[in-house]
Design a protein around this ligand. Sequence first.
Ligand code: PEP
Ligand code: MN
Length: 442
Amino acid sequence: MTANNALTWADLPARQQPIWPDADALHAAQQTLSTYPPLVFAGECDVLLERLGEAARGEAFVLMGGDCAETFASATADNIRDRVKTILQMAAVLTYGASMPVVKIGRMAGQYAKPRSKNTEVRGGVELPAYRGDMVNDFAFDEPSRIPDPQRLLRAYHASSATLNLVRAFTQGGFADLRHVHDWNRGFISNKANKRYEKIANDIDRAMRFMKACRVDFEALRSVDVWASHEALLLDYEKPLTRIDSRTGRPYGTSGHFLWCGERTREREGAHLDYISRISNPIGVKLGPTATGADALELIERLDPDAVPGRLTFITRMGQGKIREALPPILQAVKDSGRLVTWVCDPMHGNTFESENGYKTRRFEDIVEEVRGFFEAHAQVGTHPGGIHVELTGNDVTECLGGVMHLEDADLGRRYETLCDPRLNHQQSLELAFVVAEMLAE
Ligand code: PEP
Ligand code: MN
């Protein structure tokens, strides 16, 4: 990887960027970032791109999950371990359900910037700039905390680096051993409430015994790949971390393996689509319920001009009530064009509402229903449902309603910890994996 001073960027309008109070301080932070080592390597991104190509062809299934907004304070060893553990447990169940490799991607090690629906937040008659993620300002509701501070770009880099270091250690050092992962899943099933999923767990047991009888080398299954992804929102962070790959001369975003453009920043003339069009990583674009087949085709032409399967993932987030109507025409238009993209369902962002007691929440049952609609839409059109993208944590938080624990409005206050969108807790995440595994096996 060489430095990025060979890169020039067009000066395009960028939505959702902070107004940094001190241009010199911003410039100094960017200068420093541009001297830091890449967090991920071009060759790794290329491997992930191939894996996503398999998902586009229906030969693999993608599981992308993690916090809505990571925070510096929650980048602890325990939290990172528990999130990785949750992803590994879900992946084991999905692998069985899909009878396909699962491409495991953490929404981790860089998910520190958030788009907001309003520029300011009002509480008790006081109006302050909105919280835009730990990479920009602090969540505390006072004026100094909410002033964007470019030093936070550097802190985000270091927190991402420490997170990735742990993710790599956990996934290469024996923690990901399939035998442990399956034992953890047995723990989930031992809870009476989860009895309904016993059959799949027993089937996996039998499959493991079969593998053992065939003398499958379980030692070789002790390490797995978990890739890092986040929304490429804050271009003042992404651009200094964009580097030219010395092997190929092509630019890569080195802040994460997979970078996506959000629903609020994917406008045609904007800087975000321009940015992701220029990097060689596998990339994603969120598509909400108003997206059309023509929008999808235009994005494909622009972002995947060489028609490389795995290059472009559409992450659809329509809402459970809209997906069955909104998604099939888009799938059909893409299918008719003969182009191949990876289709991933985000069943979270179209299903958010405010509970009566004032918490931003989602219902587990709505999330399941959107995934079901996603599978139905693909079955109807004859395209491949390539994966799911979920906001989750390994902790026992109470942010989403429902699931076998039957969380209700009154439970939300007990452990509501997210600074942005509500996440599935550990149990709800596993339950979702079992339900989706059933859908995949159908
Ligand atoms: C998100 O993924 O947290 C997000 C803001 O999503 P979207 O761009 O789909 O609204
Ligand atoms: Mn979110």
